[in-house]
Design a protein around this ligand. Structure first.
Ligand code: ATP
Ligand code: MG
Length: 272
């Protein structure tokens, strides 16, 4: 396997950064998705933001990536305002989207080389060498000349991770890195993210519903519920929480005698 530290000589020389979120609010019209969220992501850690579907995880990620603006509140990197950081390109963010967000008309190689070419970071020979080593490191040898549509879901996630890492980011943001994967492929992605974090100490935010991911590689874990984050947990304290929402999220009850989707009696009456 390629030596990670050799491949990331620049990243290894940089100090990991922190992310500060202060009284963050995001609403669409009158619909408040995120309400007064404050938290700190420590330099070099993996922070996992969990929550049910529709709770606002992707909205939070988009705000942090600078893809949308908060309704109020402040986001900063190393205590510097996110807008300023984006404008000055002071820190690099690697964003790994849920779907992979690869360009379908380009080969995997060209997808991976795109950022390095666009930003003229290296000459073509160096780009070739970096992309090849990255594919090797992520056990993706042999896919460089194929198109994204020919990849399996697990490969697509690894290619998306490769693209994020090739940017030599100060911050890595993941949206559901293990969704739609079988448990074994999901475990290999979890291992990979944990391995990269241990080697490079890139500050990482993962939004996910994956409890296994949170408990195996998360340093801190937060649960979004009704727009709020009530507490920050560690993998040890999360299962001990007495909050009913947390307990139910970790161990949802399935009651076959009372399926939630059946029409209620009064609804029947209206229809009848
Ligand atoms: N641009 C938008 N305009 C209006 N509402 C939006 C917009 N983006 C997201 N929302 C709403 O915000 C809420 C949170 O959406 P979000 O995509 O963040 O959920 P999520 O927690 O990522 O869910 P999932 O786990 O299913 O990916 C949803 O009710 C969604 O409809
Ligand atoms: Mg989402």
């Amino acid at each position: 396997m390629t030596n990670t530290k050799q491949l990331f000589s620049d990243t290894c020389n940089r100090l990991p950064v922190s992310i500060e979120v202060d009284q963050l609010k995001k609403q669409f019209g009158r619909f408040v998705v995120l309400d007064n969220i404050s938290l700190k992501i420590e330099p070099g850690e993996i922070f996992v933001l969990m929550g049910p579907s529709g709770s606002g995880k992707s909205v939070f990620l988009d705000l942090l990536a600078g893809l949308s603006k908060p309704s109020s509140g402040r986001l900063s990197i190393n205590q510097e305002d996110l807008q300023y950081v984006k404008k000055t390109k002071k820190y690099v963010m690697g964003l790994v989207f849920q779907s992979g967000a690869l360009f379908n008309s380009m080969t995997i190689f060209d997808n991976l080389a795109l950022y390095l070419r666009e930003h003229r970071l290296f000459n073509e020979r160096e780009i070739r060498s970096r992309v090849t080593q990255m594919l090797d490191m992520l056990t993706l040898k042999g896919v460089s000349q194929i198109m994204p549509s020919e990849l399996s879901g697990g490969m697509r996630k690894r290619v998306a991770l490769a693209r994020g890492l090739l940017m030599e980011p100060d911050i890595l943001l993941f949206d559901e890195p293990t969704s739609e994967l079988d448990p074994i492929t999901a475990a290999s992605i979890i291992e990979l993210i944990g391995y990269v974090n241990k080697q490079l100490r890139i500050t990482t935010l993962i939004v996910s519903h994956d409890i296994l991911l949170a408990q195996t590689i998360g340093h801190h874990i937060a649960l979004l519920h009704n727009g709020f984050i009530q507490e920050i947990y560690t993998p040890q304290t999360l299962p001990q929480s007495s909050r009913s929402f947390v307990r139910n999220f970790l161990n949802p009850t399935i009651d076959l005698n009372h399926p939630r989707f059946l029409p209620r009696r009064h609804e029947n009456k209206i229809i009848g």
